[in-house]
Design a protein around this ligand. Structure first.
Ligand code: TYD
Ligand code: MG
Length: 437
């Protein structure tokens, strides 16, 4: 007989308590007890069955079994397609387009059977969205429920289903726990039951997870270790651009980026994103520099913009969007020391255009040049692309995968490429780009 019991476990020290308490009696940490279910099998004893030993050469690779989703940008992020039996967590802020993407996926996947569990919206709402997207929804089954155990029983009728979509994991609950939907205990338990089910039945599963304001999925990143792949859907909610980024992938490279535009008829994959991130205006303007950054395996040409103006405060402001403020402070310090740019009384604002975030060292050169250009009101050649890490001595250092960056710049017709290969210092780079001192 299997009986389910719950205990409250401290997430810091593992202390177990029968009831919730504000402070853990074990370690003194506040608010760290989470309800967890324990499954006790009466009369259980150590298993005497032998674990299976596999011969390496007999193991089938997943690679052949991958199924293309027919949305190129999604396939790219997943590492080449959906692996049967894999569980993917699709995380993103509310309203970013997760449900839209998955509904489009179910349509492009039309020849396979898909089960869409809509805990968040009614089936009518899903149908309305599908109509708006022009999705036919052939082979699409909907389950409108929030009880994870009921859902699993319903799903076992569709064993041959290739794909299950759970929208969203935060709406699911199990009656074995007392917490409300969305609480850490409920999310973890529901996810673990679904993941076990998917693995046992070799079904692919997409779990939608909402990201809280602080960027964590359902509180602390409790689901990330349990699933095979974690992809984040991000972008400016008010802009049209959406980026799909893999942060964990057991079946492919991480850091891979898929680019979409949100249009009135749903998400459209962008095949040549480098073009999209560049402004149409290609006249020389002070404060704009083009760089090439790597997003996963894909190089992207981006604009780094800067605005330097005299401050009217005691402490000058340093604002960076798309790059960390610490990096910006470092670049300002290098410019002050090695280019004698008196930025101590200047506000410096930096923006990586297109809503891309990057902490890559390769962005350093473009950032320094953009600030220099805006401060001196001298335009940098719009036909040039620069990349390279800036050292504390103002020197340009090599970065990873330089050939790929150069190839992308050349592909898009940029002839002037400045990097550690042809410029040793920031000063030299400026001379090459402006023809002045
Ligand atoms: P949605 O997929 O519901 O977001 P999520 O599931 O991540 O919460 O997408 C919501 C937004 O997308 C909504 O604000 C409207 C917009 N949208 C479009 O612009 N075009 C469309 O065709 C669709 C379906 C949605
Ligand atoms: Mg949704």
């Amino acid at each position: 007989m299997v009986k389910t019991k719950t205990v409250f476990v401290c997430q810091q020290c593992g202390h177990q308590a029968p009831k919730w308490q504000g402070q853990c009696p074990g370690c003194g940490e506040w608010n760290s007890l989470e309800e967890t279910s324990l499954t006790i099998s009466a009369g259980s004893k150590a298993s005497s069955a032998k674990a299976k030993v596999l011969t390496f050469s007999q193991i089938e690779s997943y690679e052949k079994a991958r199924v293309k989703s027919n949305i190129n940008e999604l396939d790219r992020v997943l590492g080449g397609g959906i692996v049967p039996g894999s569980v993917v967590l699709l995380a993103g802020e509310p309203g970013i387009g997760k449900s839209t993407l998955l509904l489009q996926l179910s349509d492009s996947f039309a020849n396979r059977s898909i089960c869409y569990v809509c805990g968040e919206e009614s089936p009518e709402q899903v149908k309305m969205r599908a109509d708006r997207l022009g999705a036919k929804g052939e082979g699409l089954k909907l389950i409108s429920a929030v009880d994870v155990d009921e859902i699993i029983i319903a799903l076992s009728d569709f064993k041959k289903d290739n794909l299950v979509i759970i929208d969203s994991i935060q709406t699911l609950t199990t009656q074995d726990l007392t917490g409300t939907a969305g609480s850490i205990g409920q999310v973890r338990e529901s996810a673990s039951r679904l993941i076990n089910f998917a693995k046992k039945n070799n079904m692919s599963m997409f779990l939608v997870g909402h990201v809280t304001k602080s960027g964590a999925i359902a509180g602390p990143k409790i689901l990330e270790h349990a699933v095979d792949t974690v992809i984040y859907f991000e972008g400016d909610q008010y802009g049209q651009l959406r980026l799909l980024r893999s942060v964990k992938n057991r079946f492919g490279a991480t850091g891979e980026v898929g680019v979409f535009m949100m249009t009135s008829s749903g998400l459209e994959p962008v095949d040549n994103p480098s073009k999209l991130f560049l402004s149409a205006n290609q006249k020389p303007i002070a404060g704009v520099v083009k760089t090439v950054l790597l997003k996963g395996t894909r190089p992207l040409i981006l604009e780094v913009q800067s605005l330097v103006t005299q401050t009217n405060m005691a402490y000058p402001r340093r604002l960076a969007k798309g790059m960390s403020r610490n990096k910006l402070e470092l670049h300002v310090a290098v410019l002050q020391k090695h280019l004698k740019a008196p930025l101590f009384n200047q506000d410096v604002i930096l923006n990586v255009a297109g809503g891309i975030k990057s902490e890559e060292p390769a962005i350093d050169l473009a950032s320094c040049l953009a600030i220099w250009s805006s401060y001196n009101n001298k335009a940098i050649d719009p036909e040039a692309v620069v990349f390279g890490e800036i050292g504390l001595l103002g020197e340009i250092r090599p970065t990873s995968q330089e050939e790929r960056r150069v190839a992308e710049a050349k592909r898009l017709g940029y002839k002037k490429i400045i990097s550690s290969q042809n410029a040793s210092s920031l000063l030299k780079a400026i001379k090459m780009l402006t023809g002045s001192k």
